[in-house]
Design a protein around this ligand. Structure first.
Ligand code: ADP
Length: 278
């Protein structure tokens, strides 16, 4: 039994397909197997189907065909109550953070527990003491110790994204679904956020699917790269094998020399970023 459960991937997508219209297939028979503890970067040009893929996993978008299995459990057939429960296990992190602006940092983080505490409890904003302790610990982990009473709208973009990460972790997810986490951030903050996501996945043996348009960031902080083009997987492999030719297949003709792995970048071992990255 334990042998069987070890062999079961964390997430298995099989033939996943989305047609928004009968004559347009946004996601075309995508099959991917994602193990525990893997940071997967989903790259590809705008319109390739990256957001659709992420949203088909938690059924913010209903797949037209195919299967999504989380730890062996089929998600595409779940009824609304079971789906709500399962969504707790899928921590979503958004490009525009999706915080409640007028609420405090602490309240935003605790809202990650909304799938767990009862409706009236959450309405009265009463959370168990253990949740509040966990929220403090997560705020410290994401670098926001002491920010708990600040209103979300008083924070910088990078700080907001840290709140978004803490809120997702508050759900105790099995998998993080991360949609363009750095698209609204400057380059330095983008690196810090990607490094934080990578470290957190390593520490917690968490997996993440990160939809990211920045190839250099994907190469630096992901374990695996999946390239989508017109709804199909056209690359699935390591950072090292993501050659200029492959990038041309995914994005078309361009000078890719800036994004080639340097000796420095490819020598960076996951979990050791703090020591080696300035
Ligand atoms: P990406 O995230 O790679 O930019 P998307 O998944 O957002 O790509 O979109 C893939 C394709 O599906 C695009 O052509 C887009 O216009 C289309 N699309 C996305 N969402 C919808 C929708 N709700 N209704 C119709 N078409 C959509």
């Amino acid at each position: 039994m334990s042998h069987l459960s070890k062999a079961t991937p964390l997430l298995q997508l099989s033939g996943l397909t989305k047609q928004y219209r009968a004559d347009f297939t946004a996601l075309n028979e995508v099959s991917l197997s994602i193990p525990h503890g893997q940071v997967l970067a989903l790259i590809g040009p705008s319109g390739a189907g990256k957001s659709t893929l992420i949203r088909c996993v938690n059924r913010l978008v209903e797949p037209s065909a195919g299967s999504v299995q989380l730890k062996g459990q089929e998600l595409t057939q779940l009824g609304s109550t079971a789906l709500r429960k399962t969504r707790r296990r899928l921590g979503m992190i958004f490009q525009e953070y999706a915080l409640v602006e007028r609420l405090s940092v602490m309240e935003n983080v605790l809202s990650g527990r909304l799938g767990y505490v009862g409706f009236w409890q959450s309405w009265r904003r009463r959370y168990p003491a253990t949740d509040i302790e966990r929220a403090f610990a997560l705020l410290e982990r994401v670098g926001l110790a002491g920010f708990e009473n600040q209103r979300a709208d008083a924070l910088s973009g990078g700080q907001r994204q840290r709140v978004g990460i803490a809120r997702a972790l508050m759900q105790e997810p099995d998998l993080l679904l991360v949609d363009e986490p750095t698209a609204s951030l400057d380059p330095k903050t983008s690196r810090q956020i990607m490094r934080l996501l990578n470290e957190i996945c390593t520490e917690r043996q968490l997996s993440a699917i990160i939809n990211i348009h920045d190839v250099e960031l994907a190469k630096r902080y992901a374990d695996r790269i999946v390239g989508l083009k017109a709804g199909r997987v056209v690359y699935d492999g390591t950072v090292e094998n993501l050659s200029a030719e492959v990038l041309t297949t995914i994005y078309g003709e361009e000078d890719w020399s800036d994004t080639q792995p340097t000796a420095f970048a490819s020598s960076v071992v996951r979990g050791q970023f703090e020591q080696v990255v300035a």
